[in-house]
Design a protein around this ligand. Structure first.
Ligand code: DX5
Ligand code: ZN
Length: 215
């Protein structure tokens, strides 16, 4: 349904050389850049906030895919709106998720919904008609470099099947432990948008790592 998009996660970049890393990963073929915002409450880590994302936006030429792993996206989403192609919030957030998704879309930004590995797919079903992207976490969110959870492929296929059955059009994204092998499994299950941090930024040759993710 959608062309494959590779969205390297800036979380895995060398932030001391952020400008060069952004230039390099874009030259290597990244379609989007993925921004993993963490508040230390929804997930057990703190990464970066709006100011850091604004500095990325100053250098980046590719669309920015903001993933808000935060408990109050209703309060903070607007600070990412200008710089983001889409903003993804978590169904586990402590806010009115439907209203926040509506607000994001009303601002002309793509709206995404994500769920942790321990959250059943049924939790996001009420929102599927109102999103542009479904993000299935394939690790427990909070850290890069973790191992891929194959059990989450069921959710990817459910998202694909429901999209077809209900004639919806959202992208299906996976995030966590994505490399050439797990990326192929994810595509086979129905994913069209692959977030990859360590497998790209940790690669000796980023361009071949990105090519391998495309399959
Ligand atoms: C949540 C983050 C990570 C990151 C990807 O923990 O969303 O999943 O983007 O990290 P890698 O690709 O290194 O697993
Ligand atoms: Zn992410």
């Amino acid at each position: 349904m959608h062309p494959i998009v590779i969205a390297p996660s800036v979380l895995a970049a060398d932030w001391g050389r952020l400008h060069d890393q952004i230039r390099a990963v874009e030259a290597a073929g990244a379609d989007w850049l993925h921004l993993d915002v963490m508040d230390g409450r929804l997930v057990d880590n703190i990464s970066f906030g709006p100011a850091f994302c604004e500095s990325v936006a100053k250098v980046a030429t590719k669309p920015l895919d903001s993933h808000l792993m935060i408990s109050r996206p209703d309060h903070y989403w607007s600070r990412f709106a200008k710089l983001s192609r889409n903003i993804t919030i978590h169904v586990e957030a402590e806010c009115d998720v439907a209203a926040t998704l509506r607000d994001i879309r009303a601002a002309g930004v793509g709206a995404g919904i994500s769920l942790k590995p321990g959250t059943p797919f049924s939790a996001i079903e009420p929102f599927l008609a109102d999103v542009d992207l479904v993000l299935v976490m394939t690790v427990e969110p909070g850290f890069g470099g973790q191992s891929f959870m194959e059990s989450q492929m069921e959710k990817v296929s459910m998202a694909r099947d429901i999209r077809a059955a209900r004639n919806l059009a959202y992208r299906i994204e996976v995030d966590g432990g994505i490399n050439a092998v797990t990326g192929a499994k994810s595509r086979d299950a129905g994913a069209d948008t692959l977030v990859a941090g360590s497998s790209v930024f940790g690669a000796a040759d980023m361009a071949s790592a990105i090519r391998a993710l495309r399959g």
